[in-house]
Design a protein around this ligand. Structure first.
Ligand code: PXP
Length: 236
């Protein structure tokens, strides 16, 4: 099973000061050197963290696979078609949300999503649809012509009781089997962390997990002691 590392939060930190550091591209290279199998970034319409220029640079330097998360807004499709990441993961996007809150409603927006899939595939980009583990959504995803889906693991990650967690794992398991059965390739992600990843990693037919928040959060603390030490040495 591969790991895609989402580097949005590096850009979030950079935007806290609006300057040049930390540079997301540098983060992408470190992630790749440490074994990441793909780099994921979300170009939101408001460009609150990742910007057009980051996407352009990532396309140039990512050596593994560059997976661009994006909405189906025409302007974003235009940018993606020009830059041509290896993969586009279509996600729903609400302006004021803190992060992607749910999967795409492909059942309701099958036609529009299908058109976006076609445009992106014509530009040579593989397309994945980020959806909840629900058979109707999976069937609709297949009908759009997309060859990949990413199952939303947020409900599993947010489960507060063991019973709820078991229910969500069963739901994900049957979604994976169903999707594979109709010929879709399956990724998963959202809310996965160091405590909850193992039950999802055990679902062997998932090809790739996409993880961001937990990894960047862990990086802050695994690097903080050293960063303080380096500054202390300079001051001395
Ligand atoms: N997959 C998709 C489609 C997402 O939108 C996100 C969040 O940007 C992730 C995976 C990663 O989620 P997290 O940051 O919670 O690991």
């Amino acid at each position: 099973m591969r790991l895609g590392v989402n580097i949005d939060h590096i850009a979030t930190l950079r935007q806290a000061r609006g300057g040049l550091e930390p540079e997301p591209v540098f983060g992408a290279l470190i992630a790749e050197a440490a074994g990441a199998d793909a780099i994921v970034a979300h170009l939101r319409e408001d460009q609150r963290h990742i910007k057009d220029k980051d996407i352009f640079l990532l396309k140039e330097v990512v050596n593994t696979r560059f997976n661009l998360e994006m909405s189906i807004a025409p302007e974003i499709i235009r940018v993606a078609s020009k830059i041509k990441p290896d993969q586009a993961t279509l996600v729903p996007e609400r302006r004021r949300e803190l992060t992607t809150e749910g999967g795409l409603n492909v059942v309701k927006k099958q036609k529009k999503i299908g058109q976006a899939v076609k445009k992106l595939e014509t530009a040579g980009i593989e397309v994945s649809l980020f959806i909840d583990p629900n058979k109707n959504q999976i069937r609709a995803a297949k009908k759009t012509g997309a060859r990949f889906i990413e199952l939303h693991t947020g409900a599993y990650a947010n489960a507060r009781t063991k019973a709820e967690e078991n229910k969500r794992v069963t739901e994900l398991k049957s979604a994976v089997v169903f999707a594979r059965g109709i010929g879709l390739r399956v990724f998963a992600g959202h809310g996965l962390n160091y405590n909850n990843v193992s039950r999802i990693a055990a679902l062997k037919e998932i090809e790739e997990l996409n993880i961001g928040h937990a990894i960047i959060s862990r990086a802050v603390f695994s690097g903080l002691g050293r960063a303080v030490g380096e500054m202390k040495d300079l001051i001395k």
